[in-house]
Design a protein around this ligand. Structure first.
Ligand code: NAD
Length: 429
């Protein structure tokens, strides 16, 4: 395809705007020609940024499904519970689909999406951004090259970050399972996907999991604390104070995430952040929210051939999402701190360091998982331009298998038992 890939953004919030930036950097590769979002502020913002014609701007994704196909692909970046319907309907309409994770919030819906994309013969990528992170991708290349011999055990830690957890999983969009999804799906589907990816085609046979919500409960509310941080007499002694997380940042001129997402209808400034803390969800006391998702969870897995894996997700960390991984093999040990990889060779007793190019263009360079986001959207656009689905590292079947592993792990936690995994996803399509 020599002309730019034409894209429609479904859900122009944080993630939708983020991926759309690719078109501003590479207008010859991608063009945003349509948008759907009920929020006028974000919809008009995206419309202006990309010069989208008024007749291609909608309040709801259903308007796109009702129209003749007018683009090559859709980026579906709606909230977790609004993934299945647009993904199925727009795939059936012939759009290639980039879908935010989690694919959907039930196994049945995940399967239905995969059936729809396969039957419609469209390209499909799920935003498992970690697969596209250059340093994490390097781990996969090293494992495949055999540097540590046969992989025997994978130990993987996801430190969520104390204020990130308070922002997203106590006060924010992913706090309540009925409104979004359980924490292992919302936060750690990336990690179980990676473990499955590193297992290199070996099927997970059985899984067990434990976890619960600790600390962010009514019983732990400090004596004398108010319901909102702006009114709280003991706020100064609270690490999770909304004043510290949002107001102090905006006062220092720091307006990126998480400040950027709390003013829903305007750009963040001191007035709108103060108003959001006074009236909105992000100003609530963390001990008095309607949150119910786990703050810490472990998952143990056994794969074919005896490979074992141990995964930990924990809220109470200094690091924010910077995963720590150690992989033990028959010939050596590989560890990654998120920045560099060390491989210790049992034969030579030598450690070799490996690095990756961690640069990205434009706003993608700004930190967080911008670099991985860049490689993800770049791969998706390249796959479409070159008509080569192999450029997508998170396609339908591998994503369905790793999502099923997440549901099986959660079943183990809830039912307090070892879960024996399904024999094959293909059988269920
Ligand atoms: N891949 C990752 O690492 C990653 C990171 C963060 C979030 N996410 C996922 O991305 C998705 C979006 O998250 P976000 O942070 O951008 O949320 P957001 O709230 O900023 O954006 C979601 C947007 O969808 C819009 N929307 C709601 N109903 C709609 C409809 N009927 N039609 C069109 N648009 C509609 C909302 O108005 C909102 O603007 C979520 O599923 C989330 O879990 C993935």
């Amino acid at each position: 395809m020599s002309s730019p890939v034409k894209i429609i953004v479904v859900g122009a919030g944080n993630r939708g705007e983020n991926y759309s930036d690719y078109a501003r950097i590479f207008p010859d590769r991608m063009q945003v020609v349509g948008v759907a979002d009920p929020r006028e502020f974000v919809r008009v913002k995206l419309q202006t940024q990309h010069n989208i014609a008024g007749h291609n701007s909608f309040k709801d994704w259903r308007c796109i499904a009702a129209r003749e196909k007018f683009a090559d692909a859709v980026l579906i970046c709606t909230p977790d519970r609004l993934h299945k319907e647009p993904a199925v309907a727009l795939a059936k309409k012939g759009y290639h689909v980039l879908l935010e994770k989690p694919m959907a919030v039930t196994e049945e819906d995940c399967t239905e999406i995969v059936q729809a994309v396969i039957q419609s013969n469209v390209m499909f990528a799920v935003c498992h951004v970690l697969r596209y992170d250059p340093i994490i991708h390097k781990i996969k290349l090293l494992l495949d090259s055999g540097v540590i011999g046969d992989t025997v055990h994978i130990q993987h830690l996801e430190p969520v970050g104390y204020f990130h957890f308070a922002h997203s999983f106590v006060r924010g969009n992913w706090r309540n399972e009925a409104e979004s999804s359980f924490a292992l799906l919302a936060k750690s589907c990336h990690d179980l996907d990676l473990i499955h990816h590193w297992a290199a085609g070996r099927r997970c046979i059985k899984v067990s999991s434990f976890g619960s919500l600790c600390h962010f409960t009514k019983e732990n509310k400090p004596k004398g604390a108010a319901s909102r941080c702006l009114d709280c007499p003991v706020e100064a002694g609270c690490a999770y104070s909304a004043k510290k997380i949002y107001l102090d940042r905006v006062k220092r001129g720091v307006v990126g995430w998480p400040v950027s997402v709390i003013c829903r209808e305007s750009l963040p400034d001191i007035e709108c952040v103060t108003e959001a803390l006074r009236t909105g969800p992000y100003g609530r006391c963390v001990y008095e929210c309607d949150n119910d998702v786990c703050s810490n969870q472990v998952v143990n897995m056994e794969f074919e051939g005896g490979l074992t894996a141990a995964f930990t997700m924990v809220a109470f960390t200094k690091e924010i999402c910077n995963r720590k991984t150690t992989i033990y093999g028959s010939k050596g040990e590989l560890s990654c701190d998120g920045h560099e990889i060390s491989v210790f060779d049992f034969l030579t007793n030598e450690t070799t360091k490996h690095h990756a190019d961690l640069t990205a263009p434009g706003n993608f360079a700004k930190g967080g998982h911008g670099i991985a986001d860049f490689h993800l959207i770049h791969s998706f656009i390249s796959a479409l331009k070159e008509k080569d689905p192999s450029l997508i590292r998170s396609g339908p079947m591998e994503t369905l298998i790793s999502h099923k592993l997440v549901f099986e792990a959660e079943r183990s936690r809830l039912e307090n038992r070892i879960v024996f995994c399904e024999s094959s996803c293909e059988d269920h399509l």
